[in-house]
Design a protein around this ligand. Structure first.
Ligand SMILES: NC(=O)c1ccc[n+]([C@@H]2O[C@H](COP(=O)([O-])OP(=O)(O)OC[C@H]3O[C@@H](n4cnc5c(N)ncnc54)[C@H](OP(=O)(O)O)[C@@H]3O)[C@@H](O)[C@H]2O)c1
Length: 200
């Protein structure tokens, strides 16, 4: 699949590397196009948007909306991993996932992977236990496609939370991640939604 990963930070680098090992045609979209990073081309935002049938938003949470809304995204599937600083500073008034979908009505926005650390996104086995990941999108078909991608990443407990109003729960987890990070002093933790085996 042709995939453009926007952002060359921790999340973008981890996700792009995983996609490359899985055989996808992956490029970065960056403010600083130039030499490839770990064999992955680094294109301008515009060129990356043209390349990707799928787009990963791994941009800084405060700059994702203005950046992506200005690009040709029509007909594409956009996986949004972002968190807004406002979710950390206080109650979130508007989620990034819903704002992206409003700004890009002809793009299928899927919220996923905004809680686990970048180090676990493409390597969930590093925890040595089953842990959960959430997916939300208004388009059920898009949710199914992203769930299949997450399965290829190695995720086992993928919880389909329905439409993008679920972002109000998912993105409000950001301050919890920050607190846990402060407590543990490392990034190797995640949530697991424990339930009775007969009611999975
Ligand atoms: N780090 C994690 O473990 C983690 C886990 C879950 C979710 N998230 C979320 O994932 C997103 C990415 O996080 P991150 O830690 O990888 O990196 P980040 O520090 O939030 O920045 C990611 C990238 O955004 C681009 N960027 C920065 N400022 C920008 C601006 N003014 N305009 C346009 N683009 C700009 C940069 O890419 P270029 O220099 O290439 O343009 C940068 O590398 C965030 O929303 C974060 O909350 C992070």
């Amino acid at each position: 699949m042709r995939i453009a990963v926007f952002g060359t930070g921790e999340v973008g680098s981890a996700v792009a590397a995983k996609l490359k090992t899985l055989g996808h045609h992956v490029v970065f979209g960056s403010r600083h196009p130039g030499d490839p990073r770990d064999g992955i081309p680094v294109l301008s935002h515009e060129d990356a948007a043209l390349h990707g049938d799928w787009i990963f938003n791994a941009l800084h949470g405060e700059h994702a909306l203005e950046t992506l809304a200005a690009l040709p995204m029509e007909g594409k599937l956009l996986i949004d991993t972002g968190n807004r600083q406002s979710a950390i500073d206080g109650p979130l008034t508007e989620t990034l996932g819903e704002a992206l979908q409003r700004a890009l009505p002809n793009t299928r926005v899927v919220k996923a992977m905004n809680f686990p650390s970048a180090q676990l996104m493409g390597a969930p086995e590093k925890l040595g236990a089953t842990h959960s990941i959430f997916v939300a999108a208004n388009d059920a078909g898009a949710r199914a496609e992203v769930i299949a991608l997450l399965e290829s990443f190695g995720w086992k407990d993928i919880l389909d939370l329905g439409d993008l109003t679920a972002c109000r729960a998912m993105e409000q987890l950001a301050p919890m991640w920050i607190r846990l990070h402060e407590k543990f002093g490392h990034v190797y933790f995640n949530l697991a939604v424990v339930r009775r085996p007969e009611q999975m």
